[in-house]
Design a protein around this ligand. Structure first.
Ligand SMILES: [Zn+2]
Length: 127
């Protein structure tokens, strides 16, 4: 693929890319990425992607970020006791070692797949 320039990324009608496209940092103010919405306490709220921004990179595919309409965004749902409980349960599951079944006290690294004690038993004996 030919390297895109910033000018190539300016396609507000979506004629080239199929959806409205803006170069990095040149998107209109009424559009925001999911992360930008989040900093304002908003979420996309089920709306479709309104546009994208492209950031050309040297010798690689451009970085893409999807944009949502700020006027259609919804407030982030407040945490309820049930949602806190579900979150705590999910986090507890991520700390539980599948090898020994104990709560490791930290999230099990996916690269190890078990707690450090199970992953490196010989190190633990030497220590
Ligand atoms: Zn373990």
């Amino acid at each position: 693929m030919k390297r895109l320039t910033l000018a190539d990324c300016f396609d507000p009608d979506g004629e080239r890319f199929g959806i409205p496209t803006y170069p990095w940092r040149y998107a209109p103010d009424d559009l925001a990425t999911r992360r930008q919405l989040r900093t304002r306490g908003l979420r996309p709220g089920g709306q479709d992607i309104a546009a994208q921004i492209l950031r050309p990179r040297r010798r690689r595919e451009p970085l893409t970020a999807y944009l949502y309409r700020v006027d259609l965004a919804r407030p982030v749902r407040p945490m309820t006791p049930a949602r806190w409980a579900a979150l705590a349960k999910a986090n507890a599951a991520r700390r539980r070692c599948p090898e020994c079944g104990r709560d490791a006290g930290y999230v099990i690294p996916s690269s190890l797949g078990s707690c450090v004690t199970c992953a490196f038993p010989e190190d633990q004996r030497a220590a």
